[in-house]
Design a protein around this ligand. Sequence first.
Ligand code: SAH
Length: 392
Amino acid sequence: MCYSIPGKVIAIKENIVSVDYFGEDKKAKNDFFTLKLGDYVYAQGGFVVQKISEREALPVLESWKELFVKLQEADLKLSQNPKTLYQRANYIRNKYLGNACCIHGIIEFSNYCRSDCLYCGIRKSNTVLKRYRMEPEEIVKTAVDAVKTLGFKALVLQSGEDTWYDDDKLVEIVKKIREKAAVLLVLSIGERGIKTYQKLYDAGARGALLRFETSNPALYEKMRPAHKLAERVELLKELREMGYLTMTGFLIGTPGQTDEDIQNDIKLTASLGTDMFSFGPFIPHPGTPLGKNSAPGLDRVLSVIANTRLSYPEAKILVTTAMETLDKENGMKFGLLSGGNSLMVNLTPAQYQRLYDIYPDRAGVAEDVVQRINSAIKLLYSLGRAPADLGL
Ligand code: SAH
């Protein structure tokens, strides 16, 4: 199985190529391959991750052709004649970005954290939580299997702020995965020095997922004791300058957050030139100081997704798993129907999943990986979405 569709290179301008997917043209950055017009590639997250031969590409394209058109038609049907805010956002998403939907896998490799964020269940003060760390070889194996066996083309490696993984360990992990598998590697390891990120870039990582959590400096300092918003924002800017695709965003419904904060959160995400908006609901965790607060309602979160889509028609907007926790039945679906066009599938090995307890009742932890992938694909198809690249 494969969660991306190969495309044909139809234009090249320095390290930016245009890739054709059945008549749709998407741009992608190419750092790793020598490409010429007519070559076939897989791109994910706006990044060329693999070059394949025509002999390999044609049968895959043939198998997709009919389904691709059917999905396009289904999406078009579902997104026309908008009336509500959510429907307008869905219409705009279809108009500007078509039915492509990125699917990234996420591997949560350690729940040790030196930070003490008030909202987060893996904060260092939560002494009740059993901690785990995956060995570097285990991380590499999980990632390589995700690419080779499960067909992923983009993987997020996420952890608490765990300095047990020093620069050498992280570099080794990234290098080994990149040697063995064609994949866009996205790091979500929190605040590390710029030198560390540079080494990881040189080792082959190309994406960084780092939410700024809130654009309100006072709220930020309250939620993330001993941290400064300006430092996190500066790091995001530097990562982007270094060449990383950046994914950032904020929590919706954090106690103390105002409507104005949310407007500013959306603006800050956009002004950072983010390649993917990542925001999701705050879910109270009983083992944290915010445990007695409430999660926002689904409508509040959907309206943030929809308003973001209307303000930034070409944004790539992730529908996070926390949406599913908020509403198991409809969270993901409504997110995708309100302007969202990207999702993540949790590939953390089963024995660790429950322990990566950033918030309680994480959706999907009871299912095995294949079940989770199948439900994601089923959902996408039911909405007429294709796992093609969204482009740059
Ligand atoms: N250490 C990394 C990864 C943190 S966990 C970093 O600092 O970026 C990933 C994300 O989970 C966080 O950015 C935060 O937005 C989210 N998260 C943490 N606690 C949460 C909660 N209670 N509800 C919803 N999301 C939460």
